[in-house]
Design a protein around this ligand. Structure first.
Ligand SMILES: Nc1ncnc2c1ncn2[C@@H]1O[C@H](COP(=O)(O)OP(=O)(O)OP(=O)(O)O)[C@@H](O)[C@H]1O
Length: 705
């Protein structure tokens, strides 16, 4: 009986395959398990970069790309592609097993050739080589293949290293990047889980490949079916060593912080950690593990992910994990303690009206927006409860100084605001979190949670952090926090330490983006234009070493139109093109800065006979459309970001005027830029950015490049 292993690259492709092709995959395994080799009808193309390359028919138009063994009958499926692409792929790629990590790797031979042409030659360049300090033996031990050493020796500068990333298997490139970033050889080994210092090679690479951490070998059709239905679970098998070490560590002595750019698997790691912690709870436990995130839709995704992990591990963590948003948690605590559901002000305009009235009532010389900022980001954020406390409260990050008299005027306005809300018995969500935190601290809210896992941490307000800090006792594995300040789309900035969450010595950064093609990622990072953001703990974060795990088929497109109507026509034809190319409607996302533009796009698609699924409604299945804010945490095969026009991005009404508060102005601009970055990094393969009239100033760098 022959066996078939499924490489990680196949599972990455899986969600993008047409449904009828996906359905045929289990059959493929059956054929290997039942047939003789001759009966498999493997085809050996004439043009092959690697003699082991074969294709196998999946449907009339689709072919599996398979590595055949030199001897024996262990096969590996690497990809499933349209007929012609499968042949081109095999003409350009070779297979290899990383001698240090045992990962199966694919080498793009043509890309390697191109890189070789572009790298500086050793002879003509007097600059020292970037890896001169490391001998060949060390590099080989770390998994750099001997054939790549001559290229590695030619790397002089970061740009050369970037070039190499276009062709070299990423497990090898990652080693080089870490060394270049100053990691010691020991640290590289520890981080990547490279144990042996002896270079060992298996006699038969196809046998070794089956034992590779990046190949899944199902023992039965049922096991494969489960893997296909719950691909997330596969990341347990395929988790990058860095991810695995964090998610499955036996114990952390205290809070943990995991940062990393978009698509680096932070949510996946958080899910695995939560599942691991839940399985470790004693059978008779009190509260479950608490998993929180920002919005309801993301909480639903986390719940589905945990159910998926349950399905494949055979565990039942349904009563051992609670997934909720921080707002819902606060609401529940307050309802339980007060015995009635609190009334919440949901409408932002109502709040603005109260602040406007507060300004008029107190005669204070401030704008409603400034008063609101002061209330949210100083008074509420710092837990200031009296005018005396407010007079001495630090206002770090705000350059417009306030005199004592002005602070008292602000306080009068705040009292007015609280009075109006108090009279109507209403609270904002932030007040609710504040109240809930106080109830928990006073012991009125019952038992604490054993562990808390926080996703999308960058957008939580300090009062929400106070609540999360309060609901779990200080101690081992108390808080597990994942986030990325490059994706901060609300105004809240905190230093975890200031919130009583000390992550020193327990901070990890993920660097490999599994979602977005290299072409799209390069674009989305260029968009950020070197913006400096924080690391969630008062320090600075960076995107060094952040890169994509795969190359795509297309560069992002950027297109301007004369009118909004023409842009919507353009959107329709872009989406038609994707649909015609085989992209499923639900694998397409459309993002706009404003709700109005999202609605216009919805109408335009509907009028063109393309079914839209607005993200703020529950019905799914069509092309998903929403504001950039709603795109947070989601991902699509193809994304159109529309109306990236000067009048909408940055949105003028969301940006404090420079004359009112210069620091806020800069922060607001950064937030708007991050929002655009978030929208663009939702795309896996195709990204189309468009505008009408003048383009957004954020596109300037990219359009001029
Ligand atoms: N080790 C891995 N191998 C392959 N794919 C992975 C791996 N880890 C995560 N992924 C996939 O990468 C994509 C991004 O993962 P995830 O959503 O967890 O990233 P994230 O860092 O939380 O992203 P964002 O911050 O943009 O929301 C998902 O499709 C996920 O299944």
């Amino acid at each position: 009986m022959a066996s078939l292993g499924f490489a990680q690259s196949f599972f990455r492709r899986l969600p993008d395959l047409p449904k009828e092709v996906q359905k045929r995959i289990p059959e493929l395994l059956g054929r290997f398990q039942e047939s003789t080799i001759a009966g498999l009808h493997l085809e050996k193309p004439h043009a092959l970069a690697d003699d082991r390359g074969r294709t196998i028919r999946v449907t009339k138009f689709w072919r599996g790309v398979v590595m055949a063994p030199v001897e024996g009958d262990h096969y590996i499926l690497f990809d499933v592609l349209e007929h012609d692409r499968a042949y081109v792929w095999l003409a350009n790629h070779t297979f290899a097993i990383n001698s240090a990590t045992r990962e199966v790797e694919i080498v793009d031979v043509e890309a390697m050739r191109n890189v070789s042409k572009s790298l500086p030659s050793v002879a003509g360049d007097l600059r020292p080589g970037a890896f001169d300090a490391y001998g060949n033996t060390v590099l080989l031990e770390l998994g750099i293949e001997a054939v790549h050493l001559p290229l590695v020796r030619r790397v002089r500068a970061d740009t050369d290293l970037d070039l190499l990333s276009r062709a070299m298997p990423h497990s090898q490139h990652e080693v080089l990047e870490m060394l270049a970033a100053g990691y010691s050889v020991r640290e590289v080994r520890a981080e990547l889980g490279i144990r042996s210092s002896v270079v060992s090679r298996e006699p038969d690479p196809s046998v070794a490949a089956l034992a590779s951490p990046t190949v899944f070998v199902p023992q039965s059709a049922r096991e494969l079916q489960e893997a296909l239905e719950h691909p997330l679970e596969l990341w347990r098998i395929f988790l990058h060593p860095t991810q695995r070490r964090i998610a499955y560590r036996e114990k952390f002595a205290g809070p943990v912080r995991v940062t990393g750019g978009a698509g680096t698997g932070k949510t996946v790691v958080a899910l695995h950690r939560a599942h691991h912690l839940a399985r470790r709870l004693p059978e008779k436990h009190g509260r479950p593990v608490l998993v929180t995130t920002f919005v309801r839709t993301l909480a639903e995704g986390l719940r589905a992910g945990l159910a998926s992990l349950d399905a494949v591990t055979g565990a039942d963590t349904s009563s051992a994990v609670e997934v909720t948003t921080v707002d819902a948690l606060a609401h529940r605590i307050v309802t339980e303690v007060e015995g009635a559901a609190p009334k919440i002000v949901l409408d932002d305009d109502s709040l603005t009206k109260i602040w406007t009235a507060a300004t008029a009532a107190t005669g204070a010389p401030f704008t409603p927006a400034m008063l609101r900022q002061e209330w949210e980001n100083v008074i509420l954020a710092r837990g200031v409860r009296t005018p005396m406390d407010y007079l001495s409260a630090p206002r770090a990050g705000r350059i417009q100084p306030l005199t004592r008299t002005q602070r008292l005027q602000v306080w009068t306005a705040v009292e007015y605001f609280l009075g109006v809300l108090g009279d109507s018995g209403e609270r904002t969500f932030h007040q609710l979190a504040d109240d809930a935190a106080q109830y928990v601290r006073s012991g009125a809210a019952g038992d604490l949670f054993p562990h808390v896992v926080v996703d999308e941490a960058q957008d939580l307000h300090p009062v929400q952090w106070r609540l999360l800090r309060a609901v779990v006792a200080d101690g081992p594995d108390d808080l597990f926090v994942v986030g990325d300040a490059h994706q901060r789309i609300y105004d809240h900035r905190v230093a975890l330490t200031a919130m009583g969450i000390n992550v020193r010595g327990r901070s990890h950064r993920l660097r490999l983006n599994y979602r977005t093609s290299e072409e799209i990622l390069t674009w989305a990072v260029a968009l950020l234009n070197g913006q400096v953001v924080d690391d969630l703990d008062g320090g600075l974060d960076h995107l060094d070493g952040y890169r994509s795990a795969f190359r795509g088929v297309q560069d992002p497109t950027a297109h301007g139109y004369l009118t909004a109507a023409a842009e919507l026509d353009g959107l329709v034809s872009t989406i038609r093109g994707w649909l015609d190319g085989g992209v499923e409607p639900a694998a397409i996302g459309v993002a706009a800065r404003t709700r109005r533009m999202a609605d216009d796009a919805t109408d335009a698609l509907r009028a063109a006979g393309i079914e839209p699924s607005p993200l703020d409604r529950r019905k799914r299945g069509g092309v998903e459309i929403g504001t950039m804010h709603r795109m947070k945490g989601l991902e699509y095969r193809a994304v159109a970001v529309v109306d990236v026009s000067a009048r909408s991005v940055p949105l003028p009404q969301a940006v404090t005027s420079q004359t009112v508060e210069a620091t806020l102005h800069v922060q607001d601009l950064q937030r708007e830029l991050c929002l655009l970055h978030v929208a663009c990094t939702r795309a896996r393969e195709f990204l189309a950015v468009s505008w009408s009239g003048a383009p957004s100033p954020f596109l300037k760098m990219i359009l001029e490049a």
